[in-house]
Design a protein around this ligand. Structure first.
Ligand code: NDP
Ligand code: 8X3
Length: 272
């Protein structure tokens, strides 16, 4: 087929309305993804635990971008709730083209011997098991249509283990491994898997990690220019809009002043 027709074919396919499911859309990266994909004329399934925030976001997206939005309130740690909600989606919402596995958190930054076991469990249950439950629940819809793109939000903490990052780094290394495993196993179903690993992004992430201690949270982003959630959302969108035969398998995204988990150039000194 002549190249020009192939090009137009990709443009038409990519510009058709996509259905995008975003976990953890009540703040930060997930919320920014919801706004970006709404601007691009997609239908959205937004999820999170904080129902009020979900409903406010749904209203705003529908009013501002005239897009269709389904808000689903559940905790990704609760296996039964995840499957009950996602396997029973209304028929018109089952054609999920893009799943953005974003819901996640860090809790604490203590040395291994001092770290709280309940916090480790919450991080692993959310960042790892939650991601696996959601994906497993949504996959049958993608497999049936032989189309789909799964974006797993990892972290630079999936690439390097830093001091006092024990449980969180373990959870994100697991996301990296699961992404590789999914990519291999889902090849036969024509499903793309992208692991996107951001460095520091100024969101509510550190406020959650330090349990509302604002000074500690703000200090994470002081004296340099970190990423903002919209930067990550733009990158996610880019990954989902390549020709159907092209897949970004893995991408590490940091602000210019960050090299990796260890090196951030703050006010002429390098800190982590
Ligand atoms: P935010 O705290 O702003 O957002 C986290 C989102 O995850 C919220 O919408 C929250 O919703 C949701 N969430 C958390 N736990 C659960 C749960 N058990 N069930 C359902 N939803 C949940 O942080 P970010 O936007 O920064 O974080 C998003 C992702 O990006 C996370 O996976 C994080 O690890 C990753 N990341 C963040 C970086 C950063 O520097 N900010 C860097 C690299 C990766 P709700 O509380 O309503 O349930
Ligand atoms: C969040 C970035 O450096 O706090 O994943 O682990 S970091």
């Amino acid at each position: 087929m002549p190249y020009i027709f192939v090009r137009y074919f990709y443009i038409i396919i990519n510009s058709m309305t996509k259905t995008v499911l975003i976990t953890g859309a009540t703040s930060g990266i997930g919320e920014a993804c919801a706004i970006k994909f709404a601007q691009e004329n997609c239908s959205l399934i937004i999820t999170g635990r904080r129902e009020e925030r979900l409903l406010i976001l749904k209203k705003m997206l529908e009013a501002q971008y005239q897009c269709k939005v389904l808000a689903l309130c559940f905790d990704v740690q609760k296996k039964e709730d995840v499957f009950a909600t996602l396997t029973n989606l209304p028929t018109e919402w089952k054609n999920i083209d893009v799943l953005i596995n974003n819901a996640g958190l860090a809790l604490g930054r203590d040395s291994f011997e001092d770290a709280d076991i309940a916090e480790w469990e919450t991080m692993l249950d959310t960042n790892v098991k939650g991601l696996m439950y959601v994906t497993k629940a949504v996959l049958p819809f993608m497999i049936e249509r032989k189309v789909g793109h799964i974006i797993n939000i990892g972290s630079t903490a999936a690439k390097e283990v830093y001091e006092n990052g024990n449980g969180y780094c373990a959870s994100k290394h697991a996301v990296d491994a699961i992404s590789k495993a999914m990519r291999i196993d889902l090849l036969k179903h024509n499903i793309k898997v992208t692991a996107l690993h951001p460095g520091a992004v100024e969101t509510e992430f550190s406020l959650v990690r330090f349990k509302g201690e604002k000074e500690k949270a703000d200090a994470v982003y002081n004296n340099y220019t970190p990423l903002i959630a919209a930067n990550v959302a733009e990158t996610v969108f880019y990954c989902t809009n390549l020709p159907t035969h092209v897949c970004i398998n893995e991408l590490v995204l940091t602000c210019t002043q960050q090299a990796n988990s260890y090196y951030i150039h703050k006010n002429q000194s390098i800190v982590k």
